[in-house]
Design a protein around this ligand. Structure first.
Ligand code: ADP
Ligand code: MG
Length: 396
């Protein structure tokens, strides 16, 4: 993946378009509830500031669907970014057009201008050349630091690169590429993958690829119940995707043929409702989960078996919580796995919005080698797909 990198090009005095992923969660009052994505973007801003670039940045936020939706404004992001950098961040309430052009033209070296939400324009998701050309007007250098959006061929990610002299990766994007390439292209022996979370259908393409790469695959979360039902287990009212049963059998067959250890939960924390103080039962896979109950976390024997696998791994990729970790009663398995990763000397990579939240909740974020900021993008990358946003960058 030899793409040009920001540290290898001159930026002094240049007018840079910096594409960020500032798609941060906001509460009902419009306040940012988690600024991890803004924090992760700071190294590239600092580099550009230290080297006297004129910085024009923007992002998508929420799902405004091509219209101006005031609740999706980037204005609070500009304020938070300014606070974190200790610098003034100018904000333009337009993304393209006369006012945006004027603000871009006035920008001095060492100044930052944030343009309004890219998705207020229908041209963004349509990869529209006219919209991309407007974004690129007056720009000397394009810097992509929005890994979380790189799997989308959108105007500010893909088409814009055809309207600028040079398109390079920022520090955050480069770090993502480096860590994920390690897992995707030449994993060491003892490569362990742990998958969980809500839907198996989201992750089947990734699993198909991983059975050719990993030494061991551990499955938890709701997705385990589709696999277990496919093997004939009674799963009660657990979350199952019936249309995926055959594909699950197929993946297990492939794992077996290739000698990949494929572990499903041996026991379960089951309950009739997802509520904090509900009575739970520990049920072994062989017993089956009775009709009205749901499997909502992995049980203690499973935790032990998974810990043993984590203990012998040299590279670990984890996506998807092991249970309904948002509720304390069902968070134990996920917290144990997070702690085991943190204690492991292996290179550890965690991806996915809920998985990062789980690692934070476990208080071990600083002991994970790499926290991938891109949910869908990291899964596509590890599935061996080419990401349009990375492909579009200038060759080194
Ligand atoms: P990520 O965002 O890390 O990719 P997902 O979005 O795939 O993860 O899955 C996270 C969700 O899966 C969480 O909201 C969690 O409550 C849910 N989940 C995990 N295990 C179960 C389960 N056994 N039953 C129902 N939901 C589950
Ligand atoms: Mg999620």
């Amino acid at each position: 993946m030899a793409k040009k990198f920001i540290a290898d090009v001159a930026v002094a005095g240049r007018r840079v378009f910096l594409r960020n992923d500032f798609n941060v969660p906001l509460n009902a009052g419009g306040e940012i509830t988690d600024d991890t994505r803004i924090q992760a973007a700071l190294p590239t801003f600092r580099h550009l500031l230290d080297n006297g670039a004129r910085i024009v940045c923007s992002s998508h936020l929420g799902r405004p669907k091509g219209e101006v939706v005031p609740d999706c404004s980037l204005a609070p992001v500009a304020k938070r970014l300014g606070g974190l950098l200790g610098e003034r961040v100018l904000f333009c309430a337009e993304t393209v057009g006369a006012r945006a052009e004027k603000a871009k033209a006035k920008l001095k070296p060492g100044q930052i201008l944030m343009l309004e939400n890219l998705r207020f324009h229908p041209g963004e998701t349509r990869n529209d050349p006219a919209f991309a050309a407007e974004l690129a007007k007056g720009i000397d250098l394009y810097v992509d630091d929005a890994f979380g959006a790189c799997h989308r061929a959108h105007a500010s990610i893909d088409e814009i690169t055809r309207h600028v002299p040079l398109a390079v990766a920022g520090f955050l994007l480069r770090k993502e590429i480096d860590f994920l390439t390690l897992a995707a292209e030449n994993p060491p022996d003892h490569y362990l993958v742990i998958l969980g979370g809500a839907k198996v259908s989201d992750k089947l393409p990734l699993l198909r690829h991983l059975v050719t790469q990993a030494d061991a695959i551990l499955i938890g979360g709701a997705m385990a119940y589709t696999f277990l039902k496919a093997e004939g287990m009674e799963v009660g009212a657990s979350r199952v995707e019936n249309e995926c049963l055959e594909l699950c059998r197929d993946i297990r067959r492939q794992a077996e043929e290739r000698g990949v250890r494929f572990l499903l939960p041996r026991d379960h924390i089951a309950a009739c409702q997802i509520e904090p103080n509900i009575t739970v039962r520990i049920i072994r896979t062989g017993e089956g989960i009775p009709g009205e109950m749901m499997g909502l976390d992995i049980g203690p024997e499973t935790v032990e078996a998974f810990q043993a696998e984590i203990g012998r791994a040299r590279l670990i990729f984890w996506n998807g919580p092991m249970g309904v970790f948002e509720v304390d009663t069902f968070s134990g398995g996920t917290m144990e796995i997070a702690a085991a990763l943190a204690a492991s000397p292996a290179t550890t990579i965690v991806g996915g919005g809920d998985s990062l939240a789980a690692v934070n909740r476990a208080g071990v974020a600083d002991r994970i080698s790499h926290l991938s900021t891109g949910g869908g993008a990291s899964l596509e990358f590890l599935a061996g797909d080419k990401l349009p946003g990375i492909e579009a960058l200038t060759e080194a």
